[in-house]
Design a protein around this ligand. Structure first.
Ligand SMILES: [Zn+2]
Ligand SMILES: [Zn+2]
Length: 377
C-alpha cells in the first residue's frame, strides 16, 4: 500500500444528502417539519451532522416569544428559521482551508461565533458581539449565533464556525456532550466574578440546569462551601449529588440566615440563576462585605434593588450573556476529567420526529424534566 493510500483509508468519509429534515418556527409556539437543503460550509466553517441536541429554556422563550432570536432584523416567526442551540455531532465536511478539525471528529458547539470585527469580539467577548443579528443583506457583518440569529440544531446538519467547536472525548456519550454548553455558561458566570473559586464559599440561587451545573463547576474548581437555594426538594437533592455541601429550601427556611450560618458570616460569591424578583436583594444580604453577585437569569419584570445596601457593603454586581470567553472549553475539560457527573441532569430523551413533544416536556417540566435531549437515530 502506498503512503497516500494508507492516509486515505484512515480518513473517514460520510455520504451527505442534498436535503435534510428540519423543524422550522411558524407562528409563536408552532413548529413544523420541512425539507431544507443541507447547508455548505464556507471559510472557517465545517458541516456538523447533528447527533444529539438538548432543549434549553431559551429555546422555549424563542419559540413562544421570539426574542432573543433575531432573524433578518426582526422576530424569528414564519422565516423558515430552525431553532435549537445545545447540540453536538460529527464533523462530516470541512470548509476551504480548515485544518483545525478533521472529518469524523466528535464535537459539541458553543452558540456564538460573534462577528470577529467589533470592539467586544476583539476583546474576546464574542457573546456580547455588537453586531448581534447582523448577518444578512447589506448589513452582513458575519455574526453567527446558532438557533438565535442563524439556523440552529433541531435538524440533521448545521454549519458551524470552527471557533464554536469543542472536541468531545470518545468515552463521553452524545447526550452528556449536549450538556457541555450549559456547564460552560455556569463556568463563565464564575469566571466573570473573578474566577478565584478555590477555598471560597459560593451560593447558587435557583436549581435549574445552569444553577445545577454552577454547583458542580464551583465544587470542581475547589469551592469550600457550595450552598444551593431553591424551592423544590428533588432539585435540591440533585444539587447535593452534584456537590452542594448545603441546600436551603426557601419555603421552609430563611435563605439569608442559613447562608450566614453555613459560611460563618457571609459568602464570597452568589451565582443568581433563579430570576426571582427579590434575588439581588437577598444575594446582597448573603454576602460578606466586598462579595460578588453574578446574574445569569431573567426576571420576568422590572425589579427594585436596594442600591444603598450594595454601595455600603461594596458589593460587586456582574451580568453574563451566554457562554463567553471559551468557558465551554474549560467546562468540557472538567467533564472529560470526570470531575462531576453532568449526566444526572439529563432526564428525558426523544427522537428528531418528536421535537415538539420534547419542547413541551421542557416547557411544562413534565415528569420533573430537567434536561430533555433529542437523540438522532
Ligand atoms: Zn441554552
Ligand atoms: Zn462582534
Amino acid at each position: 500500500m502506498t503512503a497516500k493510500a494508507a492516509v486515505a483509508s484512515k480518513t473517514k468519509s460520510y455520504e451527505i444528502p442534498a436535503t435534510m429534515k428540519a423543524w422550522v418556527l411558524g407562528d409563536p409556539g408552532q413548529l413544523s417539519m420541512v425539507e431544507k437543503p443541507v447547508p455548505q460550509p464556507g471559510l472557517a466553517e465545517v458541516l456538523v451532522r447533528i447527533d444529539a441536541i438538548a432543549v434549553c429554556g431559551t429555546d422555549v422563550e424563542i419559540i413562544w416569544k421570539g426574542l432573543p432570536a433575531i432573524i433578518q432584523g426582526g422576530p424569528p416567526f414564519n422565516k423558515n428559521f430552525t431553532p435549537g442551540h445545545e447540540y453536538m455531532g460529527t464533523v462530516v465536511k470541512l470548509g476551504p482551508n480548515v485544518d483545525e478539525f478533521s472529518v469524523g471528529d466528535r464535537v459539541t458547539v458553543e452558540i456564538h461565533a460573534g462577528c470577529g470585527r467589533c470592539e467586544r469580539c476583539r476583546e474576546g467577548m464574542y457573546t456580547s458581539c455588537l453586531n448581534y443579528g447582523k448577518n444578512y443583506g447589506n448589513v452582513n457583518k458575519g455574526h453567527r449565533a446558532n438557533g438565535f440569529t442563524t439556523d440552529g440544531g433541531f435538524t440533521q446538519y448545521a454549519v458551524n464556525n470552527i471557533n464554536t467547536l469543542v472536541h468531545v472525548p470518545d468515552d463521553m456519550s452524545d447526550e452528556e456532550a449536549t450538556l457541555i454548553v450549559t456547564a460552560g455558561t455556569a463556568m463563565y458566570g464564575l469566571d466573570v466574578m473573578g474566577g478565584l473559586i478555590a477555598g471560597q464559599s459560593v451560593v447558587v440561587m435557583g436549581p435549574g440546569p445552569i444553577g445545577l451545573m454552577g454547583v458542580a463547576v464551583a465544587k470542581a474548581l475547589g469551592a469550600s462551601e457550595v450552598i444551593l437555594i431553591g424551592t423544590r426538594d428533588n432539585r435540591l437533592e440533585m444539587g447535593r449529588k452534584l456537590g452542594a455541601d448545603y441546600t436551603v429550601n426557601v419555603n421552609q427556611e430563611d435563605a439569608v440566615e442559613m447562608v450566614q450560618k453555613y459560611t460563618n458570616g457571609g459568602a464570597q460569591y452568589v451565582l443568581e440563576c433563579s430570576g426571582a424578583l427579590t434575588a439581588v436583594n437577598d444575594a446582597a444580604r448573603m454576602l460578606k462585605r466586598g462579595g460578588r453577585i453574578c446574574l445569569a437569569a431573567f426576571p420576568d419584570k422590572e425589579v427594585s434593588v436596594d442600591v444603598g445596601a450594595l454601595v455600603r457593603n461594596n458589593i460587586y454586581l456582574f451580568g453574563i450573556r451566554g457562554e463567553g470567553k471559551s468557558a465551554t472549553h474549560r467546562a468540557a475539560s472538567l467533564m472529560a476529567q470526570k470531575r462531576f457527573d453532568a449526566k444526572l441532569i439529563h432526564t428525558h430523551t426523544f427522537a428528531l420526529e418528536q421535537v415538539p413533544e420534547a419542547v413541551r416536556y421542557a416547557r411544562e417540566r413534565i415528569d420533573d424534566a430537567i434536561k430533555v435531549v433529542v437523540k438522532m437515530s
